[in-house]
Design a protein around this ligand. Structure first.
Ligand code: ANZ
Ligand code: ZN
Length: 803
């Protein structure tokens, strides 16, 4: 009997679908378990082999918890707004809605071929008006609570997509999506005040179980910084310049000041500045650069001094020059700094270039060579009442001094910026606002939601950078909901992070027409118990959705019982690279299509291969040989059924079996899928060495393999007399008596004399025992400098080293 995976997989997929065995209801007495993967963007390219890595991993988790008696929700849907469908429409004229529907069909077929235990009855789609009605409704809540505002700001402008980008979407100075150059451009944009939640987003991380690297990235991105705001006077002027510093200890070393080119003080001082033309020219140039270009350490420093103006250092009344330089950013702190070239690298580079005074105030370094920044190693000097203190003490003392003199106060800054929420594109949720000359911005009344996307003729953004909707005069012109006068619709759309900020709640009640989700359903399912997704979303989707959820929680539309964090646990998978270790991409021609693997080897092989290929959280290249190896493994499992007969289990096999049950269970929870698979391979090998396998052993083995190879195992289970689906069977418990590793005292001899005894596993093999012996501290001195002639190993007893 051959392993006919094609027949088996088709048969069981159809049966599972008909039996609805993965569909769940809220009225269960069982404990709930909500397992989530990031819903895919249905691209024209179809599924990538990277998708199943995450989906299979959580499918295994879902299946195990289901077998452990929980009511498991494992849903799927489509994050379908976004640029690719729109760019495709620009090229082909095919409406994004039509192309998207076709792509979803293809994705559905592909996902269903993988045997994932999704509850398809809860499928959602962010581009469905029934769905985005609620995305719009939520935007209006932000608006009504003052968290959505329009602002003329310098935004990141992708010159290729002709679209405004959030900071998070700019990677190394280029557009995250298309690689186009990003410039600064001033535009009116809808903004959302995520910064209001900076502290809460930080605090919340204490309550959740996120992988450390995920937590760290969010902490850094939020970038809380505690310091002091200090006022510097300007000579012959009433004006003051405020700076934000984390290092008030270095105030005596502040030998010049720098204003960001956008700083309002520059304009205010205009009449007193002797070199205005030069200053103005510099400012114009700086505005065109991106933040990254401006702050990169290695970048050549540029700047211009404000001629005829001096600031006064408040600690010693010294007159110091004021510069405008683009390494100081407008959006951070106060947009101005006191420069301490002796102890800050950027200031040092700047002072060197423009020949400015560098004064050491912390001893311990060599400031002729560079800034001394190891502050925990130095002592304050040249700083009057701070001299002799450690910098940490000096920070305290100076802060107290500044507070007393009322020239400084404590301040907290965050790197996090408000969320640029407008997109000048077609394929997104229309922002449901109307502009009336008389009433200003007025929300579309709830009863008129959703504001549906009209069909347009042209999908290109307009030359002015407005969305294609702006050209739809008939759609744009409308009545003011307040005064009934003529008014115009907002033509900007939302970023595709909008629909994904709350989709996990819609899954709990996907067809609700009256609310985004019923409170009872939310109470039952939320929070998500385990969420796996890409590292690249840590400071985007993951942060946005946490914020979104907290806001909805605060305004009372999420029940208190759910808590204010949407995800209890968050993990992340590594990327799958092409063979050879490069990124998989069409242009490199190294893309592996999951359909091919499924056709040639079956879904079970693809699933196990992706779990076995390496540590789950690391990037791993694809390896066809590995796929074949996994296929062989499953073939051998298939053939093992011939050995199953009514005899009693052999104790050795039982021991390995129970060790495997324990290990596989633990490894699944720790996402060590690769070692779980290799342990099952060990067990399979041991079983194939036997003449007969007892039915009990066989059935236990099938149950732990079930989450990994659901089709194959279901077939073998049926053949072994299983009445209902194995996926509804119980997850086995291991017998702890069989799992205890017996320990022995391993004797280590040198030339037949006992020199040490160490504790070791009873079944320790020759190689490990030899390594143990040579590694022993006591043994070392006996073999040092001598030649090892021979090592004798007596299993379960001793190692004798002959020198
Ligand atoms: C004096 C000083 C001396 C500083 C020293 C550092 C070292 P974090 O920790 O990231 O918050 N800074 C403040 N506002 C800035 C802006 N808008 N653009 C560029 N740099 C700015 O960094 C705080 C430090 O960054 C502040 O402390 C300030 O330089 C600089 F030995 O003040 B410091
Ligand atoms: Zn009006």
């Amino acid at each position: 009997m051959d392993y006919n995976f094609k027949k088996i997989e088709k048969k069981w997929q159809a049966k599972w679908e008909k039996g609805k065995i993965y569909e769940v209801k809220e009225n269960s007495k069982k404990e709930k378990f909500y397992c989530l993967i990031e819903f895919p963007y249905p691209s024209g390219e179809g599924l990538h082999v990277g998708h199943p890595r995450s989906y299979t991993a959580l499918d295994i988790v879902a299946r195990k918890h289901r077998m452990q008696g929980k009511n498991v929700l494992y849903p799927i849907g489509w994050d379908a707004f976004g640029l690719p469908a729109e760019n495709y429409a620009i090229k082909t004229g095919i409406q994004p809605a039509i192309a998207t529907a076709k792509n979803i069909k293809n994705f559905t077929r592909q996902l269903k071929s993988l045997g994932l235990s999704f509850d398809w009855s809860r499928e959602i789609n962010t581009t469905d008006p029934e769905y985005y009605k609620w995305t719009q409704w939520m935007f209006l809540q932000f608006f009504k609570h003052g968290l959505a505002y329009k602002d003329k700001i310098a935004i990141n402008w992708c010159t290729k997509c002709k679209i405004g980008l959030a900071n998070e979407e700019v990677v190394n100075g280029v557009c995250e999506r298309c690689g186009g150059i990003v410039e600064k451009k001033t535009k009116e944009q809808w903004m959302i005040k995520i910064t209001k939640y900076a502290e809460r987003l930080l605090e919340g991380l204490e309550k959740v179980d996120y992988a450390p690297r995920i937590k760290d990235q969010q902490v850094n991105w939020i970038g809380k910084s505690e310091g002091t705001e200090v006022e510097f006077g300007i000579k012959n002027s009433e004006l003051k310049i405020k700076v934000f510093t984390t290092r008030p200890d270095t105030l005596f070393g502040a030998t010049y000041m720098v204003l960001a080119p956008e700083h309002e003080m520059v304009e205010k001082l205009k009449s007193k500045i002797s070199n205005w033309v030069e200053v103005e020219k510099y400012i114009a140039k700086a505005k065109r650069k991106s933040d990254l270009e401006r702050t990169e350490l290695q970048k050549e420093k540029t700047g211009v001094e404000l001629g005829g103006i001096k600031a006064i250092n408040p600690v010693n009344n010294e007159e110091i020059p004021i510069w405008v330089a683009d390494y100081v950013l407008t959006g951070y702190g106060t947009g101005a700094i006191m420069a301490v070239p002796a102890h800050d690298e950027r200031d040092f580079a700047f002072a060197k270039k423009f020949d400015l005074l560098i004064r050491e105030v912390i001893s311990g370094g060599d400031i002729s060579k560079g800034a001394f920044t190891e502050i925990d190693k130095g002592i304050m000097v040249n700083s009057e009442f701070l001299n002799g203190l450690k910098p940490s003490e000096a920070i305290e003392k100076m802060t107290a001094w500044l507070l007393e003199k009322k020239i400084g106060k404590k301040a907290v800054n965050y790197k996090l910026r408000d969320w640029v929420f407008s997109r000048q594109r077609y394929w997104g949720e229309p922002i449901p606002l109307i502009y009336c000359e008389k009433c200003g911005w007025v929300p579309v009344p709830e009863k008129d939601l959703p504001v549906e996307l009209p069909k347009v003729k042209k999908y290109e953004p307009t030359e002015t950078g407005e969305s294609p909707l702006a050209a739809m005069e008939k759609w744009v012109k409308t009545k003011c909901p307040k005064c009934n006068g003529t008014a115009r619709r907002e033509t900007d759309t939302m970023p595709n992070w909008a629909g994904s900020s709350w989709y996990f709640m819609r899954y709990t009640d996907p067809k609700n027409k009256k609310e985004f989700a019923n409170g009872k359903n939310l109470k039952y399912w939320m929070p998500v118990d385990w969420y796996n997704g890409g590292m690249e979303h840590t400071t985007l989707h993951l942060l946005y959705s946490r914020f979104w959820y907290k806001f909805l929680y605060d305004i009372g539309v999420i029940p208190k019982e759910c808590g204010d964090e949407p995800y209890k646990k968050r993990t992340s998978h590594g990327l799958i690279l092409g063979e050879g270790g490069e990124k998989m991409s069409k242009s490199r021609g190294n893309v592996v299509n999951p359909d091919d693997v499924v056709t040639r080897f079956g879904a079970d092989t693809l699933r196990i291969y992706e779990m076995f290929m390496g540590p789950f959280d690391q990037a791993i290249p694809w390896d066809e040989k590995g796929v074949v190896g996994v296929y062989r493994f499953l073939e051998r499992v298939w053939r093992l059924q011939e050995k199953v007969s009514g005899k009693n289990a052999n104790r050795e096999i039982e021991k390995i079996l129970h060790q495997t049950v324990k290990k596989v269970g633990e490894d699944i929870e720790a996402m060590k899928f690769n070692t779980a698979v290799s342990q099952m391979m060990i067990l399979m090998n041991a079983m194939s060495g036997e003449e007969k396998i007892s039915p009990d052993v066989w059935k236990l083995f099938l149950r732990i393999l079930a989450p990994f190879a659901p089709h194959l195992v279901e077939e073998l289970w049926e053949k072994a007399g299983g009445k209902k689906s194995i996926h509804l069977e119980k997850w086995p418990e291991h017998d702890s008596k069989l799992v205890v590793e017996e320990e022995i005292d391993l004797v280590i001899q040198i030339n037949g004399k006992v020199r040490d005894t160490v504790k070791a596993r009873a079944d320790i093999g020759e190689d490990d025992a030899k390594k143990f012996a040579i590694g022993s501290e006591k043994v070392k001195k006996w073999i040092e400098g001598k030649e090892i002639k021979k090592i004798i190993f007596v299993k379960g007893k001793l190692v004798n080293i002959v020198v």
